[in-house]
Design a protein around this ligand. Sequence first.
Ligand code: FAD
Length: 425
Amino acid sequence: NSAIQAGKWHQGAGMKAFYDILIVGAGHAGAQAAIALRQKKFEGSIGLVGNEKYPPYERPPLSKEYLAGDKPFERILLRPESFWPEREIDLLTGNRVSKIDPVAKKVTLTSDDEIGYGKLIWATGGSPRMLDCPGSQARNIHAVRSRADVDKIMAALPSVDKAVVVGGGYIGLEAAAVLTKLGKQVTIVESLDRVLSRVAGEPLSRFYEAEHRRQGVTIELEASVSGFETNDEGIATAVTLADGRTLAADMFVVGIGIIPETGPLVAAGAATGNGVDVDSHCRTSLDDIYAIGDCAAHSNAFADGAMIRLESVQNANDQAKVAALDIIGEEAEYDSVPWFWSNQYDLKLQTVGLSAGHDSHVVRGDPDSRSFSVIYYRDGKVVALDCVNATKDYVQGRKAVVEGLNLDKNELVDTDIPIKEVGVR
Ligand code: FAD
């Protein structure tokens, strides 16, 4: 269905010169902030400015059902098109904020239009980190961040036999799974010694490596990209690795993380480091400016209070709600338990907590059965669970993470004992 075409949508809403709440970034966090304000009966004006040309949509399906062609765009919209005007939320898509004046309390768009605000919510996510090496500008090297990125991939697929995916994180692995399912010959190139090394423990990494190989994917570990060979038309024909090998392919997909979109806030003087620093109410160091979602660095209780950014729908939605409550004067602090999911082939991974920095782990169930969980401990407390096709463990393990329980490891490995009945030491 082509009803929601680029550029068509945003003509609906007229732009005001001032909004009581101006939200920049119409992704998961920005959209949820607007929704939460209206749910809380906030009656002031709300403007939702988005760089992309589409109404707010879900990003996770971009590397899953949308890329696979299993879900059309209409089915990944965060809300039906009619929702925004009905709630009097002015959706100003196709507009990029280039400057913030925190004293005059106004933003400037790349069109030079200015919009004043009472309070500003910065919800701009991040832009995909791309490779910077010879040939890396070739037009068949793709990111997987926006609908536009994935539409380009999908349009090119009919003439693709071989694809190289650079990056063995969740997005790279999910893209590899879909491309494989679509009959492409896929190679994953990962610079570290295992996939998912930044987000999961070794048993999970090895399990996913084995699964991908079983599906026909080639995985090159400890392999870093040094450049791309290109033809006369500027098309990349092969990727070159640091050890001198070349891997020929028709398409290259890069999933190596994001760079938080913080430029205008940095220029305006906000405290930033790895993203925009926010307090537990999602307030930045600048008056009346909040930041939420992928771009916001916050002290997270589940990371021992470290300042981190979380790139997840959970974090985007929960921070949006905190900012909305703070704006309307209701007490709220961000202390949500992190959770995440990933779908690859017929495997549903559900994660709760943060495993980074764990000092031991237990594997519950047999990975060969394709249903198991990895439970991570730090200082004798459960800090996270990765559950593969094991929703019961995920649901029951949440309490252990929230309460930092020291679950008995001998009982935990016994799958006949439900996690909620495992003893605490
Ligand atoms: P975004 O959703 O990225 O929205 C930010 C918006 O701001 C974008 O539309 C951007 O164009 C716009 N913008 C940026 N700068 C400006 C500017 N200056 N002016 C105006 N607009 C601007 N999370 C999960 O929990 N589970 C998953 O399975 C999962 N899968 C994912 C798969 C993919 C392919 C991707 C890309 C992400 C996935 N995520 C997943 C992560 C999740 O989608 C993000 O954490 C979430 O989208 C963050 O929301 P956000 O609003 O902070 O940023």
